[in-house]
Design a protein around this ligand. Structure first.
Ligand SMILES: Nc1nc2c(ncn2[C@@H]2O[C@H](COP(=O)(O)OP(=O)(O)OP(=O)(O)O)[C@@H](O)[C@H]2O)c(=O)[nH]1
Ligand SMILES: [Mg+2]
Length: 447
């Protein structure tokens, strides 16, 4: 669905996630990509630019919570703006109990009314309602047959009169026949010599039948023209809600959704394919999350949450490193992964083990206080004592301290940005899962 829009947005988001740092130049690149992506999806150009401008202001003006990388803020703001653009509010399709709810579908020729009528009937039937369909389209040859067949395929009652000419009469008769049902969906004509006649017929039908809900069906392929179209229909009758169809194929679907949302009309469903099951309730937050390739909207709402104190207050000490070496690094298979971290890439397992045993010796030569408070090791005489005591060299001790410092920064950054405990953060670093760009970003963020 909306392949172009989705691909471009996902490319932008992985760029944001992977960026080692975001300065104004990078931010402007991201925003310009974002704006172009919206315009390509047929979002109104002025609106797209306005959104770009607002993103920029919001990023620069929002105070970043402690320990949260700027990347998160940019992702969050883009997500928010997309949700705002595409609807924000979720409108439920309400069915009044104890009566036959009459739902009338209207829309221009070929917008997908007949298909959608059957999809909606199927959707509601699956949720336990007794649903029926009425064909009130007396213009389109074959309209009767089309809906009749669809009704049979989903096994719901159907009424129509292939010879009838008056839609009002047909609907009245149909409603009598189907009066025991919870919901009756009326499919109307889209084909008329003049659009004015279509609107007139629709208005008359609505005044006589008094449907509980009139749904405007809009073809997603018309893009931002959806704005004028829904306005025109809304002026003629009370449009209760909107269904946008063909979002599966359309390159302009994003524009159509945005345009419909801009009229403040409630978009309740979207059509995402030709098959009977290709209709879904429209929830903007969920829709945007899926567009961005992260199906869980919670991811975005949590991006700026401050990390619980209990997690980030944990301090990574030399004792933690000692314990890690003692517990984990002695196991087989870990050596390959940790050799980059301890700066001994290219060595055989035997050599690595030897290196680690030397590092262990260094750590074991430290006092309890030194293991807990590495700042004590700024004192050169302590470093000398440790080198002598462990049978290693000054250089080796200093190198270990450097490595420790790097790990400490990365762990702190990981604890804050990913809410990992100290142990998990260390395991992540040692597992070699982090790529160089991410390591650079963590070190920079922690500096
Ligand atoms: N890909 C795709 N095609 C759709 C969707 N909804 C409808 N269609 C197709 O659009 C075409 C027109 O659909 P109809 O349901 O006949 O449209 P209509 O509004 O009833 O047309 P008229 O009765 O002539 O006004 C058909 O080929 C449908 O299969 C959708 O969500 N995705
Ligand atoms: Mg039709």
């Amino acid at each position: 669905m909306l392949d172009n829009l989705r691909n471009s947005l996902q490319r932008i988001f992985s760029k944001i996630r992977g960026a080692p740092y975001i300065d104004e130049k990078v931010l402007d690149e991201i925003i310009s990509d974002f704006v172009n992506t919206l315009i390509e999806a047929d979002v109104n150009v002025d609106l797209a630019m306005e959104i770009g401008q607002r993103v920029r202001e919001r990023v620069l003006q929002t105070k970043l919570p402690e320990g949260i990388p700027l990347n998160n803020l940019v992702m969050r703001i883009l997500y928010d703006e997309l949700v705002k653009l595409l609807g924000e509010k979720t409108f439920k399709f309400a069915i009044k109990p104890g009566k036959t709810n009459i739902v009338m579908l209207v829309g221009l020729q070929g917008s997908g009314k007949t298909t959608t009528a059957a999809k909606l009937a199927n959707y509601l039937k699956k949720r336990g309602y007794k649903v029926g369909l009425i064909c009130a389209d007396t213009y389109r040859p074959g309209a009767y047959e089309q809906l009749k067949q669809l009704s049979e395929s989903i096994n719901v009652p159907f009424y129509g009169d292939p010879k009838g000419r008056d839609p009002i009469k047909i609907v009245k008769k149909g409603l009598k026949e189907l009066k025991k049902l919870d919901i009756v969906i009326i499919d109307t004509a889209g084909r008329h010599k003049e659009e004015k006649n279509l609107i007139n017929e629709m208005r008359k039908l609505a005044e006589t039948i008094k449907p509980d809900e009139i749904i405007l069906v809009i073809d997603g392929m018309i893009g931002q023209r959806a704005y004028d179209q829904s306005k025109a229909f809304a002026e003629a009758t009370t449009i209760g809600s909107i269904i946008i169809t063909k979002l599966d194929g359309s390159a302009r679907g994003g524009g159509a959704l945005a345009a419909a949302a801009a009229t403040k009309a409630p978009i309740k469903f979207i059509g995402i394919g030709e098959k009977i099951d290709d209709l879904e309730a429209y929830v903007p937050q969920r829709f945007v999350s899926r567009l961005l390739g992260i199906p869980d909207p919670e991811f975005f709402t949590k991006l700026l949450e401050e990390v619980p104190k209990s997690i980030i207050s944990g301090k990574f000490t030399l004792r933690d490193l000692l314990e890690y070496y003692e517990n984990v690094a002695n196991k087989r298979g870990v050596f390959d992964k940790i050799k980059d971290m301890v700066g001994i890439g290219g060595l055989s397992e035997k050599m690595i083990k030897k290196q680690i045993s030397r590092q262990l010796a260094i750590l074991k030569s430290m006092t309890k206080e030194e293991l807990e408070s590495p700042e004590l090791l700024k004192d050169h005489s302590r470093v000398e004592r440790i080198a002598r005591g462990s049978g290693t060299s000054l250089i080796e001790v200093k190198r270990l301290l450097q490595q420790y410092d790097k790990m400490r920064k990365m762990i702190r950054a990981l604890m804050r940005s990913r809410r990992l405990s100290k142990e998990l953060a260390l395991a992540k670093i040692m597992s070699g899962e982090l790529d160089p760009a991410e390591i650079k970003r963590l070190l920079k963020g922690a500096a």
